[in-house]
Design a binder for this molecule. Structure first.
Ligand code: CAA
Ligand code: FAD
Length: 380
């Protein structure tokens, strides 16, 4: 067993850290306040190869492993969790899904520009009445011979307005339940698509979350991913890797909040000494560091299993539930370590605390992760 990162991993980690500090940190408070999408920074992430990190270079990607992706996600999320979710959706849901299950024509037409970061993508599974209960899809993709006719509403879609390419999950054969669902590649500018207003959120406010309405949208048959009825398995398999991405986002939020708390505790004095010398504060820092280390190991283990062709469903869910609960707890404690200063925007920790909450909700709530883990350990 080797816990040492390779030279290449360290280089990628440093590149992501430098980008986050130089390009994302300036303006992160303003973007959060104004709910401003980090368009320029996302473009730069694309140019640097961070939007198609794991995609084969022959499809325009960087050809890196999942460990590299975890390291980069942690660094970006430490500074700007909104930019990180754009990166996560594009890499681990949209690009990964297309590369692994799309056909050659679909890859050439849609994956290449997505992997190069020339455009970004979105993943449309959730609906007003189908969130955790994802098999209850109400959106329909009616088979019309040479095309599907798409009708329905998707909710909470990250990159909803900024994306050019949507991967849409919809029901074609309701009588077949989860086996009747399809995954379709839909171009955002197709006639019949209406984009709802941007959601006014607690956290990750720079990210672009919208509902998307489909009314008689024609989708060519050649845009179906995989066999007829493969859509639900497509969504589940893709989300398996997505959960490693969100676990790494949570890890980054936690480590960002911890680093700020540690630094502050070494400079702030109370009762004649730096507050880090008070045992109550030191114990908080000790617990934060321990939990973060455990979360990091879970993320890296899930990534390692994925890179080595092993089943990573269980480890990905464990990483996601543990890292997201760590992020929420660490960020809240980081505000506490800062006292009143932690409650105002310029110290960053209040934003990290607000950003942390979503990691317990999207890509499968903490309860859903426990369902996946529970079923796996009892062998069902
Ligand atoms: N891989 C392959 N197939 C899988 C699978 C997996 N990981 N998980 C389930 N399946 C298959 C099952 O084998 C079953 O197929 P068969 O009937 O052929 O056996 C079929 O899918 C249905 O599975 P279940 O009976 O287990 O389905 P369920 O109704 O009990 O639900 C669930 C299971 C885990 C709760 C699932 O619905 C789920 O993951 N829900 C959460 C949805 C979610 O994560 N949404 C995230 C949206 S994207 C997002 O949020 C992006 C973002 O934030 C940025
Ligand atoms: P519900 O499923 O209604 O759950 C409500 C509560 O009940 C939760 O606590 C849940 O854990 C619990 N619960 C439900 N079922 C069970 C059960 N069987 N056992 C125990 N507890 C249960 N979706 C996309 O498809 N694409 C995106 O890009 C995307 N981005 C998002 C961005 C944001 C900012 C947000 C808020 C959401 C996003 N989502 C996206 C949707 C997200 O995945 C869902 O919100 C999430 O899966 C939960 O679904 P829900 O909101 O319908 O809650």
């Amino acid at each position: 067993m080797n816990f040492q990162l390779s030279e290449e991993h360290l280089m990628i980690q440093k590149a992501a850290r430098d980008f986050a500090n130089n390009e994302l940190l300036p303006g992160v408070i303003e973007r959060d306040e104004l709910q401003k999408f980090p368009a320029e920074q996302v473009k730069q992430l694309g140019e640097l190869g961070f939007l198609g990190m794991m995609v084969d270079p022959k499809y325009g990607g960087s050809g890196l492993d999942t460990i590299s992706y975890v390291l980069a996600m942690e660094e970006i999320s430490k500074i700007d969790a909104s930019a990180a979710v754009v990166m996560s959706v594009n890499n681990s849901l949209v690009c990964w899904g297309l590369e692994h299950f799309g056909n050659e024509e679909q890859k050439q037409k849609y994956l290449v520009p997505l992997a190069k970061g020339e455009v970004i993508g979105a993943f449309l599974l959730s609906e007003p009445e189908a969130g955790s209960d994802a098999t209850s899809q109400r959106t329909t993709a009616e088979d019309k011979g040479d095309h599907y006719l798409l009708n329905g509403t998707k909710n909470w879609i990250t990159n909803g307005n900024s994306a050019s390419t949507y991967l849409v999950i919809a029901q074609t054969h309701p009588e077949k339940g989860s086996k009747g669902i399809n995954a379709l590649i839909v171009e955002k500018n197709s006639p019949g698509i209406t984009i709802g207003v941007k959601e006014n959120k607690l956290g990750i406010r720079g990210s672009d979350t919208h509902s998307i309405m489909f009314q008689d949208v024609k989708v060519p048959k050649e845009n179906r991913i995989g066999e007829d009825g493969f859509g639900f398995k497509f969504a589940m398999k893709t989300l398996g890797g997505g959960r490693i991405g969100i676990a790494s986002q949570a890890l980054g939020i936690a480590s960002g909040a911890y680093e700020l708390a540690l630094k502050y505790s070494k400079s702030r004095k109370a009762f004649g000494t730096e507050i880090c010398n008070h045992q109550a504060i030191q114990f908080k820092l000790a617990d934060m560091a321990t939990q973060i280390e455990a979360a990091r190991l879970l993320c890296l283990k899930a990534a390692w299993e994925k890179d080595n062709g092993l089943d990573y469903t269980l480890s990905g869910s464990m990483a996601k539930v543990f890292a997201s609960e760590t992020a929420m707890w660490v960020a809240t404690e980081a505000v506490q370590v800062h006292g009143g200063y932690g409650y105002v925007k310029e110290y960053h920790v209040e934003r990290l605390m607000r950003d942390a909450k979503i990691t317990q909700i999207y890509e499968g709530t903490s309860e859903v992760q426990r369902i996946v883990i529970g079923r796996s350990i009892i062998g069902k």
